[in-house]
Design a protein. Structure first.
Lengths: 163, 792
């Protein structure tokens, strides 16, 4: 059986996988990282979004073997070791941007990439279009849009302070 | 400390685990030694199963068992039960054909389970299923109700002649016909309520386990009501007594009704675990959700309103066909009857109403309650018809509504269709919504849109619904085979913290927060010392679960009743400790005090005494501070309100933009405004989805065409507007909290508001009605067809 070596949330793993094993199956079934969810078979819903080398990707649409040598970040790795939430997680909580929580991990990972890749700012329209690949059935998106808009200054202030 | 009592937007206790990937959904759970089930489903709408060759699959790597319907029959496994019996006009019971767990003899819809393959891994089970050969003989597929009812149509079930499940009615037809015969005007509308696929984001999953030594079964499942599943599956399907069956519904990723029902897969994994003495897990792929989760809506109706010369409604006459699909899902028969026809008075004082409903079997996925369940169908019909009455009488549609509203001082109000409304103020919600939507300023916005080449319209919907289902004796007399009370157990621990065990189930509603707020404020215990436990028959005394926006009205009231018992007992303990008469003990903000003195004891002192009863009235009082209450509601609750939608249509493409949406609802007392607002926004999103985007489509043979999220249009962030939510409260008069329910109002009020707005936008094209979903091609066709005529 082929092997893949990859880093997940800062920790390196070498795992035996079938050629057809999806990245999301590796995360959920081999590494026990069940925060990343599977909501569809057709790459529509985005519940499985993780970061691959810092870029959001649907882990149901990538073979585990394609992640060879990659750094993967999942929802489990976002909060600080002391439990302090990432600003995006905190804004989702503050603005009630989640109800059942199933789409939430993918939503948060997509949202972080969206904010990171728009250092000049994000309009509501851009946020709504940026969420094209993530489905939520509970919230009507209203509060998700608010949460992302609220996280933008927090994340960019933090980034500026770090420089 | 910030105010966190009733009325505060407390941030949710459950969020931290969901936001950090530490939720525990069914598919996240695994048991040592578990096998995986894959279900091979019928790809035929209607076919006899002539033979099934499983030999190759049984030899495939990792396969431990392959089961077909005959294997379950050999174990004396019954069919899946239906929980509600409707009677025909002539008093005879509805047709209730067998619903096999695994199809036997015939497959009746695309998605019907035919073969179960169980293997060491999910992939092995799926691979082996490819090796199963099923010989089918196709039968004519019945895709629509109109086809099903044709004389000579193929029968979905041999014991349901004419494909008719029931032919039911409510009201006095002769009286209503008489009113119509003498009315100044009759306005008629034929309309369809489109079939929807619920699509909770978490696909269904089930993990069955059985301890071969004790015979104890456990089922972990994606359910809104684990006790109902234990009752139905244990008593009627697998014959496992309740004491040997534990059903756990852990974190559940959305339900919207679709996770109420007892599904075949729950029985399959539990039964197979018992046979194989190993845990068996099944998780739906999304395509299975489309072809096996109960669908919603699917009505075809004719509606007529009789009006006098001044536009007063004199009578309503409705005839509806309701699709049941291929089998009766758990609560399907009550949806188009007691949750639909009884709502046809709406917010209006229409004096007489007659409604007849034919429920029809077709070769499609079973249909059952989906967010709103009958009330969206009633509301869409009524609010579209009212707009047609306005159009045809020339009376302004808002004025027409006001003219026919039940007055704020008319409560309790007895409708002609069985329900008695306890409270409401439809003028107030209408006024609130019109103000928030700047209805008065619409003409200027329409003119401005015109200069941009856009067709702008505004639509109003004034709706009412029934929640808090329901008084057991009433629903029992109407055919329910269950009681619809709720149970709560409040456990005050020795050192004063509290655990609340509730029979309600949270799958997005935020009960862990709202219920904690309620208990915290009533018992005076800090909210972080109140824990809410739900979703486990092993922990909770009993429960009927969460649907019909009932959790606070029914489940919350059970909590209040249990807390009353805690306080009553606490007063006795306090009276003993403070050497006072129990009649003199008062309880407020977590403190028992002797009236007129400075003597007091905190709840924690009382709970400690209850569990360490050294100085305690042990002769009269048992130790402990742990009380259970069951609450059977006295009536339904009746939320209502007004939704206003404003849309712009691009005449060149037919694309609709919802530019403004306002919902002003009366949901009774609000515990957590943030959560209520979120519930309404989510419901409105599903309503806009129904109105503009969503539709389950079958071809003429019964093949499901919209079988994935690539084919079925789920609302996305850029399809939806910001949704402004307001409330105008009247209190429910028959529960102690005055609460009504907020989970479904959004999905009920919004579809007609959207369609009314579209008809308004397109009125110059001679449009009277637009069927849902009002997709861009549909609107473009309407506009394009009318253009040459308008140019001429």
């Amino acid at each position: 059986m082929p092997q893949v070596t990859l880093t997940v949330n800062g920790k390196q793993h070498t795992v035996d996988v079938e050629g057809r094993t999806l990245l999301v199956e590796l995360l959920r079934e081999k590494l026990g990282l069940t925060g990343t969810h599977v909501g569809c078979d057709t790459s529509q819903c985005g519940a499985c979004v993780v970061h691959v080398d810092g870029i959001s990707a649907k882990s149901c649409t990538m073979l585990a073997l394609q992640a060879e040598g990659c750094a993967i970040a999942t929802i489990e790795g976002l909060a600080a070791a002391d439990g302090t939430l990432h600003p995006m997680q905190e804004m989702f909580r503050e603005h009630h941007a989640l109800q059942c929580g199933f789409c939430t991990p993918g939503m948060v990972m997509s949202a972080i990439d969206m904010v990171n890749s728009h250092p000049q700012g994000l309009t509501e329209k851009q946020i709504r279009e940026g969420l094209e690949g993530n489905l939520c059935r509970c919230t009507g998106y209203h509060n998700i849009v608010k949460a992302i808009a609220a996280a933008w200054p927090l994340m960019h202030q933090k980034a500026a302070a770090a420089e | 400390m910030a105010f966190d009592g009733i009325g505060a937007s407390v941030r949710r206790k459950e969020d931290a685990r969901f936001l950090s990937g530490r939720g525990h959904y069914t598919d996240d759970m695994n048991r040592v030694g578990q096998f995986h089930a894959f279900i091979k489903r019928s790809d035929r709408p209607h076919a006899t199963i002539d033979s099934i060759d499983t030999a190759a699959a049984k030899q495939a790597p990792g396969v431990v068992a392959v089961y077909v319907g005959a294997d379950m029959a050999a174990d004396n496994i019954g069919g899946l039960p239906c929980g509600w019996q409707i009677h025909n006009k002539d008093g005879s019971p509805m047709a209730e054909p067998m619903h096999p767990v695994i199809a036997t003899g015939k497959a009746r819809h695309v998605g019907d389970p035919v073969v179960v393959v169980i293997a060491e891994t999910k992939q092995q089970a799926k691979d082996a299923a490819e090796l199963v050969n099923i010989d089918y003989t196709d039968l004519p597929g019945i895709a629509t109700m109109q086809e099903a009812l044709k004389s000579g149509a193929a029968l979905v079930h041999d014991d349901a002649p004419g494909n008719l499940c029931y032919d039911w009615h409510i009201g006095d037809k002769a009286v209503v016909d008489g009113v119509f015969a003498n009315a100044a005007k009759v306005v008629k509308l034929e309309l369809i309520n489109n079939r929807l696929v619920p699509n909770a984001m978490e696909p269904r999953a089930a993990l069955g386990d059985c301890d071969p030594f004790s015979g104890d079964y456990t089922l972990i499942t994606t359910s809104q009501n684990p006790h109902v599943i234990r009752l139905l599956m244990g008593a009627f399907v697998l014959h496992i007594p309740e004491n040997k069956l534990r059903v756990i519904a852990p974190d559940v990723g959305g339900g919207f009704g679709s996770k109420i029902y007892h599904y075949a897969e729950e029985a399959i994994v539990t039964w197979a675990a018992g046979k194989l003495h190993r845990p068996v897990k099944w998780t739906a792929e999304r395509n299975e959700s489309f072809m096996s989760d109960a669908h919603g809506r699917d009505h075809v109706s004719t509606a007529e309103m009789a009006v006098d010369a001044d536009g007063h409604f004199l009578g309503l006459r409705v005839s509806t066909l309701a699709n049941m699909g291929a089998y009766l899902s758990t609560f399907a028969p009550c949806v188009p009857t007691y949750l639909y026809a009884t709502l046809l008075a709406g917010v209006y004082k229409t004096p007489v109403i007659y409604c007849e409903v034919k429920a029809v079997f077709t070769n499609t996925v079973p249909v059952d309650a989906y967010r709103g369940a009958g009330r969206p169908e009633a509301t869409f019909l009524l609010e579209r018809l009212v707009d047609c009455v306005a159009q045809e009488t020339g009376i302004d549609r808002v004025e027409l509504r006001r003219r026919n509203f039940i007055a704020p001082d008319a409560f309790p109000y007895q409708t002609p269709v069985a329900l008695q409304y306890d409270s409401g103020n439809y003028q107030a919600t209408l006024d609130g919504a019109l103000a928030a939507a700047d209805y008065a300023g619409f003409a200027a916005r329409r003119a401005a849109a015109r200069t941009r080449g856009k067709l702008r319209g505004i639509g109003v919907s004034t709706y009412l619904e029934a929640c808090g289902i329901a008084p057991s004796a009433v629903v029992g007399s109407l055919g329910a085979r269950a009681g619809l009370y709720e149970c709560a157990n409040i456990r005050v621990h020795p050192t004063g913290s509290v655990t609340v065990f509730t029979g309600s189930h949270s799958h997005g509603q935020g009960h862990e927060t709202t219920f904690a707020q309620l208990v915290s404020s009533q018992l005076g215990v800090p909210i972080d010392q109140v824990e809410v436990v739900h979703g486990d028959t092993g922990k909770i005394p009993f429960g009927m679960g969460t649907y019909g926006s009932r959790s606070l009205a029914v489940g919350g009231t059970a909590m209040v009743k249990a807390m009353d018992k805690i306080i009553t007992k606490g007063k006795k303990i306090a009276a003993h400790l403070m050497e006072a008469s129990v009649d003199d003990i008062e309880f407020k903000d977590g403190v028992f005090s002797v009236a007129g003195t400075d003597k007091k004891k905190a709840l924690v002192e009382i709970s400690l005494a209850a569990y360490v009863p050294h100085n305690y009235p042990i002769e009269e009082l048992e130790p402990g501070l742990d009380e259970t209450a069951f609450y059977d509601p006295k009536n339904f609750t009746f939320p209502g309100g007004c939704h206003v939608a404003e849309v712009e249509v691009d005449p060149d493409t037919g694309v609709t933009e919802v530019v403004n949406f306002v919902a002003v609802d009366d949901v009774g007392r609000v515990i957590n405004p943030m959560i209520v607002e979120g519930q309404v926004q989510g419901g409105v999103a599903q309503g806009i989805g129904q109105a503009l985007l969503e539709s389950a489509v079958y071809d003429a043979s019964g093949q499901l065409l919209s079988g994935s999220m690539m084919d079925y249009t789920m609302p996305r962030a850029d399809n939806l507007p910001n949704i402004k939510v307001g409330t105008e409260i009247t209190l429910c008069t028959h529960n102690p909290l005055g609460v009504k329910g907020c989970g479904e109002v959004g999905a009920i009020g919004s579809p007609p508001a959207i369609i009314n707005a579209l008809v308004d936008a397109l009125k110059e094209y001679g449009v009277r009605h637009i069927e849902m979903p009002a997709t861009a091609p549909k609107l473009w066709s309407i506009i394009n067809a009318a253009r040459p005529r308008m140019a001429a």
